[in-house]
Design a binder for this molecule. Sequence first.
Ligand SMILES: Cc1cc2nc3c(=O)[nH]c(=O)nc-3n(C[C@H](O)[C@H](O)[C@H](O)COP(=O)(O)OP(=O)(O)OC[C@H]3O[C@@H](n4cnc5c(N)ncnc54)[C@H](O)[C@@H]3O)c2cc1C
Length: 388
Amino acid sequence: MAATRDSEEIESIRAAVRALCAGFPGEYWRELDRERAYPTEFVEALTKAGFLAALIPEEYGGSGLTMSSAIAIMEEIQAAGCNGAACHAQMYTMGTVLRHGSADQKQRYLPKIASGELRLQAFGVTEPTSGTDTLALRTTAVRDGNESYVVNGQKIWTSRAEHSDLMLLLARTTPREQVKKRTEGLSVFLVDMHAAGAALKINPIRTMMNHATTEVFFDDLRVPAENLIGEEGMGFRYILSGMNAERILIGAECIGDAKWLIEKATNYAKERSVFGRPIGQNQGIQFPIARAYAQMRAAELMVHEAASLYEQGKDCGAEANMAKMLAADASWAAADMCVQTHGGFGFAEEFDIERKFRETRLYSVAPISTNLILSFLAEHVLGLPRSY
Ligand SMILES: Cc1cc2nc3c(=O)[nH]c(=O)nc-3n(C[C@H](O)[C@H](O)[C@H](O)COP(=O)(O)OP(=O)(O)OC[C@H]3O[C@@H](n4cnc5c(N)ncnc54)[C@H](O)[C@@H]3O)c2cc1C
């Protein structure tokens, strides 16, 4: 829909994603949505095509693509009416291993993640009591001799845990009151979820959209010491360093959602005739569609700006956060507009609009809520006093 000036390579990736998504029409998603079932065939198709390995370097068997290509993939998935939330984390969670893992960990895991033999798409950070205040998390990993750590605690909203072989887990290895800096004392582990047995319990949480999210309990779970990523106590920094990619990719998904919703609304406004003329002839219908389009295009520019800085290895924290926030605002505005444009039919399952409306609402809350992005900008970009 939008006139983004992509390279030929990216255009061909877009076309390939569109072709793949054409095999997964609205009925496919509607049925899964009713059952809250996982889109296994869709995820397998994306894996087989190499799209989920976009950001894994070729030396580890990945596609070695740029962030611009990766955002094109995620955007096209959503713009085709599909839902990449089922597997988007397979694309970026491995970044922590890639950036901070040892040579052995990279060799051991990345090629299998690239081929899809291993899924690393469960990200255990949020806990019920700490919420957004990650440094207050309570799950502990206590070193037991040289061989292992023993993990106890609980995570919530650990999405795709039932469809993942590995979990990237953030746990406290040094009590909060014993650390010099408040950001220290947390560590990142790769947890082999199959080896965990009864020490790991996963309960699905049924949510307003089909998201395969869960709560996870650790009861004396033994994690081999060799599965610690990087240095003990530095995990919070490692998790933060992966967040820019996550924000940019999810921003691109929101742009895709907004494009799908705007296209639906535009087509319907042209076709639907009331009072003997198309509803799209009324400015009361046209203007919200045009406004949603302008809002989407502005957000799209910020997503592209953030991706470009990311590719150049420049600091893109502010841009990645703004991209995610503006894109989530744009997709939500487009969803609201699309329901309004469709009148009663916006509520009918068969139009898929109510489904997209529910799905896209998430991104103003997760992976980071809008308020926290505004606090980040206020403090770190504008130099205002820290508010919390
Ligand atoms: C469907 C779904 C999937 C998710 N997937 C994952 C996942 O895979 N892995 C994972 O680790 N987490 C996941 N999350 C968690 C998600 O990242 C958090 O829900 C989100 O970060 C908000 O945290 P919270 O829900 O605990 O809200 P809270 O921290 O309780 O905040 C509630 C509200 O208060 C606001 N608030 C809190 N503190 C402040 C402040 N200082 N200033 C202003 N406003 C404030 C927040 O913005 C929010 O609006 C998921 C969540 C959902 C709903």
